[in-house]
Design a protein around this ligand. Structure first.
Ligand code: ATP
Length: 319
C-alpha cells in the first residue's frame, strides 16, 4: 500500500512560495528500472514536492501489481521507470480522463518522455513538472488475426521486428546478444513485398527492409525514425525503408546515430490515421511486444486513437 511522503522541510533560504498550494499526486516507482540508482524514491518525492506535488508513494515489485493499484487511483499519477514501465502502466489507463500521467525517465531510451520534453536527470525532470501542462497523447491500435493490441511508440515489421524477435525482449539485457541479433537479422533478412494503404489510398510499395508506424519520434533503443512526429496531432507516421536500394549497414547505423536516418534516399514517410498492410506471416513488434499471425494472407490494420491518454508535457526548452 502507498505511503504518504513527508518531505524534509527546506531551510528558509530554499523555501519555495508555492508549497502552500501543493497538489495531491501518486508516484509509482519501478525499482528495477535501469537508472533507479540515480533517483531513489525519497529523493524523487522531494523533487516532486519542490514542484508543488504532495506525493503518495508506491514502490512496485512487479508490473502485475499495476492493474489493481491503478484501478483505484485517479488524479495525477507519476510513473518512474523506462518505456517498459510506462507501457505497463499506461495500458491500464486508456480512456481514463480522470487520470493525468507524468513520466519520470529512468530507462535507457525514454522515447515517450523525450516526446514530451521530459528528459535528462530524473530528479531535475521531476522539479520541472512544476511548469508542466496536461496534453492529449495519441495511442496506436493494431489489429491482426491474433487479436487487438495498443502501442505508445511504434509498431512495425521488417528488420527491427526481426532483430527484436531474435533478441527476445523479455530475456535479460545483453549488448553482445543485441549485436549478434542485429548481425543475424541483417544477414538473413529478405525484403518484404507488402501492399500498403494510408487512409484508403494505396502508396508505392516496393519491397521494404523496414516498415514502422510511428507515434513518437523515436522507438526501441533510441531509433530516431520520425523526428517530426507529434504525439498530440491525431496522426501516426508510416516510415518505410526501401529494400531494393539497400544502403550498407554502416550507412544506416551512422545515420541513426546522427539523427539523419529520415534523410536517407531510401527512407520514405507518410502521415495518416489508418494504415492497412498485407500480412504474409511476418513478425510484428508493437513497442517491445511481438506478434505473428497464425493465419497469414489477410491484412494488419493500424490506426490512431487520438488523445487516448493525458500526459504532462514540459515546456519547450527554448520557451
Ligand atoms: N511498475 C513496475 N514495477 C516493477 N517492475 C516493472 C514495473 N513496470 C515494468 N516493470 C518491469 O521492469 C523492467 C524494467 O523496466 P523498464 O523497461 O521500464 O526499465 P529499463 O529496462 O531501465 O528501460 P530501458 O528498456 O529503456 O533500458 C521490465 O522488465 C518491466 O517489465
Amino acid at each position: 500500500m502507498g505511503q504518504r511522503f513527508h518531505a524534509r522541510v527546506p531551510a528558509p533560504a530554499q523555501r519555495r512560495p508555492c508549497l502552500s498550494a501543493q497538489r495531491p499526486a501518486t508516484l509509482i516507482y519501478n525499482p528495477r528500472a535501469g537508472s533507479s540508482h540515480r533517483a531513489p524514491p525519497g529523493a524523487l518525492c522531494q523533487a516532486l514536492h519542490d514542484a508543488a506535488f504532495a506525493v503518495t508513494l508506491h514502490v512496485t515489485a512487479h508490473p502485475e501489481l499495476l492493474g489493481p493499484l491503478l484501478a483505484q487511483t485517479s488524479g495525477t499519477i507519476f510513473l518512474a521507470g523506462g518505456d517498459g514501465t510506462l507501457r505497463a502502466g499506461a495500458l491500464h489507463l486508456l480512456g481514463r480522463p480522470d487520470v493525468t500521467l507524468g513520466v519520470l525517465p529512468m530507462g535507457t531510451a525514454n522515447n515517450v518522455a523525450r516526446a514530451l520534453n521530459v528528459q535528462g536527470d530524473p530528479l531535475a525532470a521531476a522539479r520541472r513538472f512544476g511548469q508542466a501542462r496536461p496534453s492529449p497523447f495519441d495511442v496506436g491500435r493494431i489489429r491482426g488475426s491474433w487479436g487487438e493490441d495498443y502501442f505508445l511508440e511504434a509498431c512495425g515489421c521488417g528488420l527491427f521486428a526481426d532483430i527484436l524477435d531474435d533478441y527476445g525482449p523479455h530475456l535479460a539485457k545483453s549488448p553482445v546478444r543485441a549485436l549478434g541479433s542485429a548481425l543475424e537479422a541483417f544477414a538473413m533478412h529478405q525484403p518484404l513485398g507488402l501492399h500498403v494503404t494510408v487512409d484508403g489510398r494505396p502508396v508505392p510499395s516496393p519491397p521494404v527492409a523496414v516498415l514502422e508506424v510511428m507515434n513518437t519520434p523515436s522507438t526501441g533503443n533510441g531509433l530516431h525514425l520520425a523526428p517530426h512526429a507529434r504525439v498530440d496531432d491525431g496522426l501516426l507516421n508510416l516510415v518505410r525503408v526501401d529494400g531494393l536500394r539497400r544502403a550498407p549497414m554502416l550507412t544506416y547505423a551512422h545515420a541513426l546515430r546522427r539523427g539523419t536516418f529520415h534523410q536517407l534516399p531510401s527512407v520514405h514517410s507518410a502521415p495518416g490515421r489508418r494504415f492497412v498492410i498485407a500480412d504474409q506471416g511476418q513478425v510484428w513488434h508493437l513497442d517491445t511486444e511481438l506478434r505473428r499471425s497464425a493465419v497469414p494472407g489477410g491484412v494488419v490494420e493500424v490506426e490512431v486513437v487520438p488523445g487516448a491518454l493525458r500526459l504532462l508535457r514540459a515546456p519547450d526548452q527554448a520557451g
